[in-house]
Design a protein around this ligand. Structure first.
Ligand SMILES: Cc1cc2nc3c(=O)[nH]c(=O)nc-3n(C[C@H](O)[C@H](O)[C@H](O)COP(=O)(O)OP(=O)(O)OC[C@H]3O[C@@H](n4cnc5c(N)ncnc54)[C@H](O)[C@@H]3O)c2cc1C
Ligand code: FES
Length: 316
């Protein structure tokens, strides 16, 4: 395995590593959905929930550009030492089709950790909202919030202290096309997280959009028009929503959160070319403190943004 700084340009992502790593395992989780385990003790100790890596083949230039994938999980080797990371991906095109052919022992090129990650979940109740393959950052978020796994022991900058008030309840709202695309439900059950599923065709959970259970959660814990919240609900400033998925869904969740006065962060899945801040292919419009807006690079200043800071595309 070779390890080198990913960025040849100063000031971009100086702590990111570029590595040739070995595929440890590949497992099918759902329709067109796979978990890829990569050996990298360095990434296992540096990555935090919501960060991502760029992946590309190591012995070919087709595809030439890497593709971004969120940290799904870190794993330990049989001796309890940091082993590497898992990513979970949906096969949609050239790179992900190639990835699905990789076998244990194959070498691939990876660079990371990239992006900012979700803030430590310093709240009483945490709502995680995923659309489709947007579920991938959330097992790590939940594991950190529940104190099951510590992330980023060698992160730069340091991850910070554990949340002063970790969430007593986590709810995961998971929207998918149909039951066959739902991935990783067993893990959620083992974490004891309450899961609410919505599918387009009603083949699992309720039929319809994932915003339906989100709206119910908000009505229960942060009701509008002076209605009383559920007796167990904390003040709404102790509620928090993290969201990842199609932009239209994230915009709808962000709007609901704003209406109910609940803080919401979203993880953008903007297509990326370099992942290290050099090409500006990944920019998103973000509000600036002077009331205007400017572009921010999703790969460096994101992919996680406070939802109210984003300028959502009109018509979505
Ligand atoms: C920060 C970040 C984290 C991500 N994490 C994951 C993850 O954990 N698991 C996962 O499966 N995917 C994730 N993605 C999306 C993933 O990077 C794309 O699916 C991947 O680049 C597709 O590569 P491909 O060569 O297979 O498809 P391509 O051949 O490049 O494209 C196939 C089709 O998908 C469309 N497409 C490609 N990328 C995107 C995108 N980002 N958003 C919408 N449409 C797109 C193209 O326009 C095209 O129609 C993430 C993206 C970002 C930015
Ligand atoms: S992907 Fe190149 S600047 Fe973000």
């Amino acid at each position: 395995m070779s390890v080198a700084p990913a960025s040849p340009l100063p000031g971009l992502v100086p702590c990111a590593l570029q590595q040739r790593v070995t595929v440890v395992a590949q497992e099918r989780l759902a329709r067109d959905t796979f978990r890829l385990r990569l050996h990298s003790p360095e990434l296992a100790t540096r990555m935090v929930p919501g960060q991502f890596v760029m992946i590309r083949p190591s012995r070919s230039t087709d595809p030439l550009l890497g593709r971004p994938f969120a940290l799904y999980q870190v794993y330990s080797d049989p001796h309890g030492h940091p082993g590497g990371i898992d990513v979970v991906y949906l096969v949609v095109g050239k790179m992900t089709s190639l990835m699905s052919t990789w076998q244990p022992g194959d070498e691939v090129e990876v660079w990371g950790p990239l992006g900012n990650g979700f803030p430590v979940a310093d709240c009483d109740r945490l709502l995680l909202v995923a659309g489709g393959i947007g579920n991938t950052p959330f097992p790590a978020v939940a594991r950190e919030a529940l104190g099951v796994t510590t992330y980023g022991v060698r992160a730069e900058p340091p991850r910070g202290r554990a949340a002063s008030l970790a969430p007593s309840h986590i709810t995961f709202c998971y929207g998918a096309r149909s039951a066959e695309y739902l991935a990783g439900l067993d893990e959620w059950a083992s974490l004891g997280v309450s899961v609410q599923v919505a599918t387009d065709d009603g083949s699992a959970g309720e039929r319809g959009f994932v915003t339906q259970p989100v709206a119910r959660w908000l009505a229960q814990h942060a009701p509008l028009d002076g209605a009383s919240a559920a007796p167990s609900s904390p003040p709404r400033e102790r509620l928090r929503i993290y969201c990842c998925g199609p932009e239209r869904m994230m915009q709808a969740v962000a709007r609901l959160a704003e209406q109910h006065g609940v803080a919401c962060w979203v993880s953008l899945e903007t297509p990326m070319a370099c992942g290290i801040g050099a090409c500006f292919s990944c920019v998103a419009p973000v509000k600036t403190p002077d009331g205007d807006w400017d572009y921010r690079r999703t790969c460096v200043e994101g992919p996680i943004f406070p939802a109210q800071e984003l300028v959502w595309e009109p018509g979505h």
